[in-house]
Ligand binder design. Structure first.
Ligand code: CIR
Length: 256
């Protein structure tokens, strides 16, 4: 069965980390309502939604993707690049320890799950303000025994690699070439975002569907005309905290 681990929106969300966005007022109740819709949508797509414990004192806890990289064989607990986010990992580790053997990234490494795109046995890992070389190397060592290869990717202009590109299936990437050069993903087929929608490169695969924000109608059209099954939902309030749809869940098979 497909599991989706989520974490509630914290009442402190407005104090979130921000890197590329200007701070603007966040309506936490509206963000929580959008998050609840997101959880319902994941459930309707066949995932069993498991909520990690609320962490009201951790503003960015809802963006649980950054705390772990869950593969079929192991889960890697990250060491988030933002110091304010490091306390998020403990509860996630406890929860994931019931599903996978756990490994952890240790100092001086930093790694955010939002920088890791998995396509089959290849992990594309963004070198970013959040993920450093040591983080990439530790992930490489931890996953190589299971046949994964790690490809480091340079990008600029956005927070995480997954703000610039995400997998639509194991051979197709949704991609904003303004933020990550196309040759970083050589050999892969890419579908580019509409250049008026720079934030449109983040889509979440859930079973045979793509969960996608309704704020990017032009890129949505490109996804639909590819014949992909796309389920949209409003996501603009969580986006003010620099979050995107992949950030709010960890999705994996309970028994791969
Ligand atoms: C942060 O800056 O860490 C949060 N405000 C947003 C994290 C978004 N996570 C993601 O893209 N994976």
């Amino acid at each position: 069965m497909l599991i989706a681990v989520t974490r509630p929106v914290s009442p402190t969300l407005a104090q979130c980390e921000l890197t590329h966005l200007a701070r603007q007022p966040i309506d936490v109740a509206r963000a929580a309502a959008q998050h609840a819709d997101y959880e319902r949508l994941l459930g309707s797509l066949g995932a069993k939604v498991i909520q990690a414990p609320a962490a009201p004192e951790l503003p960015d806890a809802v963006f649980i993707e950054d705390t772990a990289v869950v593969l079929d064989e192991i889960a890697v607990i990250t060491r988030p690049g933002a110091a304010s986010r490091r306390a998020e990992t403990a509860a996630v580790a406890t929860l994931l320890s019931t599903c996978r053997p756990l490994h952890s990234v240790g100092a001086p490494a930093t790694l955010d799950g939002g920088d890791v795109i998995r396509l089959g046995r290849t992990l594309y890992v963004g070198r970013s303000g959040r993920t450093n070389n040591a983080g990439i190397e530790q992930l490489r060592k931890l996953t190589a025994p299971f046949g994964y290869s790690v490809v480091a990717v340079e990008f600029a202009g956005c927070l995480h690699l997954k703000s610039a590109a995400t997998a639509l299936d194991d051979g197709l990437l949704l991609h904003n070439p303004a933020w990550a050069a196309a040759d970083s993903f050589s050999g892969l087929e890419t579908l580019t975002v509409d250049d008026r929608e720079p934030y449109a490169g983040n889509a979440l695969r859930v079973a045979d569907a793509i969960v996608y924000p309704s704020e990017f109608p032009r890129t949505l059209e490109r996804l639909a005309s590819r014949g992909l099954r796309v389920e949209t939902l409003p996501y603009d309030e969580l986006a003010k905290a620099e979050g995107a749809v992949t950030c709010c869940s960890l999705i994996f098979e309970d028994k791969p």
